[in-house]
Write a protein that binds this ligand. Structure first.
Ligand SMILES: *Cc1c(COP(=O)(O)O)cnc(C)c1O
Length: 376
């Protein structure tokens, strides 16, 4: 928790549940990433937290942006981003969204299929395009599965075709999965993409760019490698494969930039036991899976939880949200422990929840209002 957030919570006692985010911390994380990978251009993945104060601060820092929809493109433009600084990185785009973004001056688009490439040729003629490769997501706590990316063979065919279709075959991309805790995942993906890059260059395609995606982790309950370790691994792999002839490098961090900058302040609604003899207490909070904590699905992301009784004796708990849905359980199998003193009415903080929380909050399920947001 940053001093600014601590002061805000103490002085304002904002209604719970709410997200409180320190925008200075966003700037610190952005700068840390810049110094870990000084040769890479940073395209902030807007979906992680599209709040206006976050986007405006990043515009001031001359960040670039990775947008996934027309609405995200518009949010970047409204926050002051130049259209040339926006990449339309979703490989699944509505035709109307492509047309609107292109008309506004966005000129960089992702694809991973012949069908999407055709849409781009028709609706964004002349645009720079990059092909997303399917890579392993091993080591990622929030993998992106096989939904995105294509094979090396298909990517080769499509990149050769792009030029003939009036598009500019600009580069290749991949995403190693979100909350990626292994630097090796980047090394392997770079190796795979670099082979195709060299092959296409030899075939006469004027490729200039490698987009290494996002995935850089936030520290939740478990430690993760420092960002410099990722920087070193990535630069080592890039130099090993490209030598002095490095292409432009792009990265698309989301979680790393905003995750650590925010916390959710919540209230304990009930602490109970299924049976008086049961050692496990059930702790129900006023926020759960549907209030924005979607990444607790499968107990994938394990947030740290601070309470007013930290440092006193603890016992095992299951932690759940306030709705009437049986899926609204945050943690039952992950061996969470909380103070025995914890009681109804206590305020608790879910730490490092600045990414992928506000955007996942549902609309009034069981009547609960969407998560309130405070940007400091
Ligand atoms: C979600 C996403 C990102 C951001 O991923 P993080 O794990 O939050 O860094 C980057 N690029 C693409 C294409 C994405 O879909």
């Amino acid at each position: 928790m940053t001093p600014k957030i601590a002061r805000f919570l103490a002085e304002q006692q904002p209604a719970t549940p709410c997200l409180v985010l320190d925008v200075d911390r966003v700037e610190e994380k952005f700068r840390a990433l810049q110094s870990a990978l000084p040769l890479a251009r940073i395209y902030y993945a807007v979906k992680a937290n599209p709040a206006r104060p976050v986007l405006e601060r990043l515009v001031r820092l001359s960040s670039f942006f990775d947008a996934a929809s027309w609405e995200e493109v518009a949010a970047c433009l409204e926050a002051g981003a130049r259209p040339e600084a926006i990449s339309f990185g979703n490989t699944i785009k509505k035709v109307s969204a492509i047309r609107r973004a292109h008309a506004q001056g966005v000129s960089l688009f992702a694809f991973d299929s012949a069908e999407e490439l055709e849409k781009l040729a028709q609706n964004a003629p002349g645009a720079r395009v990059y092909c997303r490769l399917l890579v392993e997501n091993e080591g990622a706590d929030w993998p992106l599965s096989r939904k995105f990316g294509t094979t090396i063979e298909n990517a080769r065919t499509l990149m050769l075709r792009a030029g003939e279709m009036g598009l500019d075959p600009y580069g290749l991309s991949f995403h190693v999965g979100s909350q990626q805790t292994s630097t090796r995942a980047y090394e392997l993906a770079i190796g795979k993409a670099a082979m195709l890059f060299t092959d296409l260059t030899e075939a006469g395609v004027n490729l200039r760019m490698m987009n290494l995606g996002g995935g850089f982790p936030t520290r939740y309950r478990d430690d993760v490698p420092e960002i410099d370790m990722f920087g070193n691994a990535i630069m080592g792999a890039m130099v090993a494969h490209f030598g002095n002839n490095l292409p432009e490098m792009l990265i698309e961090p989301g979680r790393f930039v905003v995750g650590d900058a925010g916390l959710v302040s919540a209230e304990v609604v009930l602490v109970s036991r299924k049976d008086p003899a049961d050692p496990v207490r059930w702790v129900y909070l006023d926020i759960g899976r549907f209030g924005g904590l979607a990444e607790t699905e499968g107990e994938a992301i394990k947030y740290r939880i601070a309470t007013p009784h930290d440092g006193t004796p603890m016992g095992p708990v299951a932690i759940a949200g306030p709705t009437c849905d049986g899926a609204d359980i945050l943690y039952e199998k992950s061996n969470y422990r909380l103070p025995l003193k914890l009681a109804c009415g206590d305020r608790v903080e879910l730490l490092s929840t600045g990414a992928y929380v506000t955007t996942y909050a549902s609309q009034r399920f069981n009547g609960f209002a969407p998560l309130q947001e405070h940007y400091l």
